[in-house]
Design a protein around this ligand. Structure first.
Ligand code: RIB
Ligand code: CA
Length: 315
């Protein structure tokens, strides 16, 4: 079966970095480009981290384009201040990756995505694992892109309580205005929220075993051990959630997730519930998303560990 060409819009960020490695390791996907957005860390850090992860994996051939450094809507300041506690000062704390010699392409993320998608209408899936600022601007500045996308997959939202606030999941919280625009664009994206990603975990033993992988093992171990410690501190859990890899895994093996069409609302106010996602109670509300209601957690974990090992062995 031919590989699905994807563009990954992300905010690396430790779980974004693991998702990049999973994409590189999976023959079911062809990673055409990475675009970056402010979220887990500053845009500058996220962009350098994307370059460093690709170089570390021997894939400097994959272009990286920087996107937006500030959200469209409130909070408008740089929300990454709030994420330093999770991904660290660099956005990839725990791993000392060599600084890539490669540079970003001289094109805004939104324009790279539009140019690439319009050149291959119906073929390319956009996977968004950070705040939706770039995606919203893409749909606004290039309205012809929406019908040309093969699919849109989003890591974001929650119907089971937030991780950034009582109500909101981080990616949606960072730019709820952008999220509302994207969810209202009629694309019916696959949306993979905390309801399932909280169960998509690697154990402490998994994290330590990864250290033994060749070349990539120490770096993967370092970043995941840092992230695991934050899970212990923030969630009291001794397992590390792989939010972004689970979203990507739907492109690799759609049977890993159970989806349900529903009308997903988002609170785009600047109030305490900003970023909350909920099932719309409007009578006859139009379906807006394919929401992930369940996952095959054991098969996902096996896939991720197997693919990381294969990528490391090939380095
Ligand atoms: O809430 C989890 C999401 O927020 C993940 O994408 C993680 O990388 C952070 O961006
Ligand atoms: Ca992310």
């Amino acid at each position: 079966m031919a590989a699905t060409p994807i563009i990954l819009d992300c905010d690396p960020g430790i779980d974004d970095a693991i998702a990049i490695l999973l994409a590189l390791a999976s023959p079911e996907v062809e990673l055409l480009a990475i675009t970056t957005v402010v979220g887990n860390t500053s845009l500058a850090n996220a962009t350098q981290n994307a370059l460093n992860v690709l170089a570390w994996a021997g894939r400097e051939d994959i272009p990286v384009a920087a996107g937006e450094s500030v959200a469209i809507g409130p909070p408008n300041d740089i929300p990454w201040n709030d994420a330093i506690g999770v991904h660290g000062e660099t956005g990839l704390d725990g791993a000392e990756l060599p600084r890539a010699a490669s540079a970003i392409v001289d094109e805004h993320a939104v324009d790279l995505i539009a140019r690439t998608v319009l050149a291959r209408p119906g073929e390319i899936t956009l996977v968004a694992t950070g705040p939706l600022t770039n995606v919203a601007l893409l749909l606004e500045r290039h309205p012809d892109v929406a019908p040309a996308l093969r699919d849109l997959v989003i890591m974001g939202g929650s119907l089971a309580g937030g991780n950034m606030s009582e109500y909101a999941e981080f990616n949606i919280w960072c730019d709820a205005t952008a999220a509302a625009q994207v969810l209202d664009a009629g694309l019916e994206p696959v949306v993979v929220g905390l309801d399932v990603t909280r169960q998509a975990t690697l154990s402490e033993a998994d994290v330590h075993a990864l250290e033994e992988l060749p070349v990539l093992g120490p770096g993967i171990h370092g970043m995941l051990l840092f992230y695991l410690q934050k899970h212990r501190e923030w969630h009291g859990k001794n397992a590390v959630q792989q939010h972004d890899s689970l979203a990507l895994s739907w492109v690799i093996d759609p049977t890993l997730l159970v989806l349900r069409p529903l009308a997903l609302g988002v609170d785009a106010s600047d109030g305490p519930a900003r970023g909350e996602t909920y099932v719309s109670d409007q009578p006859a509300a139009a379906v807006t998303v394919r929401w992930a209601i369940d996952l095959h957690a054991a098969r996902f974990r096996e896939l991720l560990l197997e693919r990381l090992a294969a990528l490391a062995a090939a380095r």
